[in-house]
Design a protein around this ligand. Structure first.
Ligand code: ADP
Length: 270
């Protein structure tokens, strides 16, 4: 059994990703052992989503960030399987449009945050503005440097407005990324996922790791925690994410709304 590794760094802890093993699988040794728990979580999540929707009091925002081939899409697919699609909105954030660039960096993000009763999933997020933007020097350092505080204030506003926030960094190793890129090149059904543009990003791996470390260190708060998900093993990654989502929703102690009075008196006419 491997040494215990926290999935959530402490608030204020300076994060060094080299201390987090992407191959870590906790107490589990293989996929089959984790399967029951994942199935149980799926059932639980279906119920929790229904009461979240019915109660209409809270919202859940789930943020996914990762290097290319880190597994964002597949985690979303696996973890949310069986959840009522009407209650979930997935938003992808790509290179900003001209209109988006003409606003502050949180403008496009804020309008995609989940309303009460909903689960919002961000596939990439406002963190791109301190990751790709920082690494590629798309804006000057004083501009991206001010964004950590902006992000914390923004997430505080959401939390104060009833949004539970969970942020997942899917942590794969550079070697695992290579394997996954090779797989995309070898399998015709995965060719569409391969992009030459991912290679220059891979070349800057260390700079990205530094950018992730600073983002996770500076924006890891009680009200919007970061999870560093060991993601080389897909089954463990899915389990960690689904555990965290179920735990967070359970803590909300949600209830179905009170029914209208005297329902037993109602007669449905023929
Ligand atoms: P994905 O890799 O998430 O499946 P794409 O291949 O379309 O989707 O990649 C989206 C691209 O948009 C990524 O290269 C990402 O770094 C970039 N991007 C997202 N947000 C920003 C931003 N704020 N500024 C610059 N580039 C961004």
């Amino acid at each position: 059994m491997s040494k215990h590794q926290p999935l959530r760094p402490d608030v204020g802890q300076v994060v060094r990703l080299a201390d987090f093993d992407p191959d870590y699988t906790g107490d589990f040794t293989d996929k089959d052992e984790a399967k029951d728990q994942l199935d149980e979580n799926r059932d639980r999540l279906q119920d929790l989503q229904e009461v979240l929707y019915a109660e209409h009091k809270h919202a859940l925002l789930i943020v996914f960030q990762a290097m290319d081939a880190g597994g964002k899409d597949s985690t979303i697919r696996h973890v949310m399987e069986g959840v009522n699609p009407q209650g979930v909105v997935v938003s992808n954030f790509k290179v900003p449009t001209e209109e988006e660039r003409d606003h502050d960096f949180l403008w496009r993000i804020h309008r995609r945050t989940p309303r009460k009763g909903m689960i919002g999933i961000f596939n990439r997020s406002h963190y791109e503005d301190v990751l790709v933007v920082r690494v590629n020097e798309l804006v000057p350092p004083d501009v991206w440097g001010a964004r950590y505080d902006h992000i914390n204030n923004f997430e505080r506003l959401l939390a104060d407005s009833g949004v539970t926030i969970l942020k997942f960094f899917l942590h794969i190793s550079k070697a695992e990324q290579k394997e996954r890129f090779l797989d995309r090149l070898e399998r015709p059904d995965k060719h569409w996922k391969f992009s030459r543009g991912d290679l220059p990003v891979r070349e800057k791996w260390d700079q990205y790791m530094a950018a992730f470390e600073e983002a996770i260190t500076r924006c890891n708060t009680e009200y919007a925690p970061w999870f560093i998900v060991p993601a080389n093993k897909k089954w463990y990654r899915n389990l960690v994410v689904s555990n965290a989502i179920v735990d967070a929703l359970e803590k909300l102690d949600m209830r179905y709304p009170e029914p209208e009075p005297d329902l037993d008196q109602i007669v449905i006419p023929d």
